[in-house]
Design a protein around this ligand. Structure first.
Ligand code: PLP
Length: 403
């Protein structure tokens, strides 16, 4: 017997009263026909916008051939995707999963198993950073380390030591006889678009080399072009031993990946890890199609150009409305606007202007346009921001919200 509830979806999301039926590039069309400029990109997922013709074609073709094939058999398209990802990175091996949290679970397991395989199973602890977000499974929540997500779910999984972001002395102090690795996001997305100085990442690499630890980059949000390069560690100039990807990897089709060097993955033998759906033919077709587009000449030049333009225009809005926003930060098209008013008010005022954005920690509003966003759409978004700021300053938005 069902209870009389308004919705049968588990109420873990505070959903906005707005639904969309289709998308076109950077635009979403609501069920009432209204057009919204989508600077959420499904939280950094739809990097090629909505209904990209090359992705649509790839999925349609794959859908007529094979939807699912277990990992009991060979996967030529999966081999190709893995080889392409390795060619573009430091890695020798790729494990395909279905989400960011699963990619991170694999990264955590690889890190622990590496040491066990080398005869040191007592090296299992991982150093993580305050403000991090690594996912919602019990291990990735423990790595995230935030009380607000952990509360009520029993004792957090043991094995994570959290230190302040950018505090090298704290990292050095946290390294002990049980440490296995250091896990960091190149840019903290959920945490408020926060980055440590580049020298910090280099110092982490050196510490890992010195102590025989694995350096793990969580590129679930930063990877696949979001920060203006295929992977964020490219502009940081530091190669990790292990890296997780998800979000934009499938351009909207669920797929995650964990990449590792052969040395880091020592110990990952048959039976040590697995997934029913991981590397599913549909997901692999989508991800190969995403790579086709992203690896075409000039793709990232465009994303970087749009980033610069958006940042310049946002800085000008700060000059016009310092009472509403105070800072622009981030890399590529992972841009954070620090709000002076509550960020939820700014997001709502932007939504009134038909511009969709995403909240983050530290009272930040994330602007995450698709990487194919045009100059005109950037200009349009900033005009909408200007109007939202004006509405917030005049109190118009509050009145509308409370009436
Ligand atoms: N890691 C990072 C950096 C993320 O931003 C997220 C999600 O926002 C995750 C991991 C978890 O990914 P998923 O929600 O696909 O499990």
């Amino acid at each position: 017997m069902t209870t009389d509830v308004a919705s049968h979806l588990l109420p873990v999301f505070a959903r906005i009263d707005l639904a969309f039926e289709r998308g076109e590039g950077a635009w979403l069309i609501a069920t009432n026909g209204e057009r919204y400029l989508d600077f959420t990109s499904g939280v950094a997922v739809n990097a090629l916008g909505h209904a990209h013709p090359h992705l649509v074609k790839a999925l349609q073709e794959q859908a007529t051939k094979l939807w699912h094939m277990s990992n009991l058999f060979k996967s030529p398209d999966g081999e190709r995707l893995a080889a392409r990802l390795c060619e573009q990175s430091f890695a020798d091996y790729v494990f395909f999963a279905n989400s960011g949290a699963e990619a991170m679970e694999c990264a955590i397991k690889i890190t622990r198993k590496h040491h066990a395989a080398k005869g040191h199973p007592e090296h299992y602890r991982i150093i993580t950073f305050e403000g991090a977000f690594h996912g919602r499974t019990l291990a990735t929540l423990a790595a995230t380390g935030s009380a607000k997500y952990l509360d009520g779910f029993g004792p957090p999984m043991d094995g994570f030591d959290q230190v302040p972001l950018g505090d090298l002395n704290a990292v050095k102090k946290a390294i002990g006889p049980h440490t296995a690795g250091i896990l960091i996001e190149p840019v903290q997305g959920e945490g408020g678009v926060r980055t440590a100085p580049l020298a910090f990442y280099k110092a982490l690499r050196e510490l890992c080399n010195e102590h025989g630890l694995l350096l793990v980059f969580d590129e679930v949000q930063t990877g696949m072009g979001r920060t203006g390069e295929l992977f964020a560690h490219r502009w940081i100039g530091v190669e990790p031993d292990v890296m997780s990807l998800a979000k934009a990897l499938g351009g909207g089709f669920p797929i995650g990946a964990c990449l590792a060097t052969a040395d880091a993955a020592a110990g990952m033998t048959p039976g040590t890890h697995g997934s029913t759906f991981g590397g599913n033919p549909l997901a692999v077709a989508a991800a190969n199609a995403v790579l086709d587009v992203m690896l075409a000449p000039g793709f990232f030049d465009h994303a970087r150009k749009m980033s610069l333009l958006l940042k310049q225009k946002l800085a000008a809005v700060i000059d016009r409305h310092p009472e509403v926003i105070s800072e622009v930060r981030g890399e590529g098209l992972l841009i954070g606007v620090k709000a002076v008013v509550p960020s939820t008010d700014l997001i709502a005022a932007l939504r009134d202007q038909k511009l969709l954005t995403v909240g983050a920690g530290d009272n930040v509003v994330r602007f995450l346009p698709p990487l194919i966003v045009t100059e005109t759409e950037i200009g349009e978004s900033v005009q909408r921001l200007d109007r939202a700021c004006a509405a917030l300053s005049s109190g118009e938005h509050k009145q509308a919200a409370t009436s």
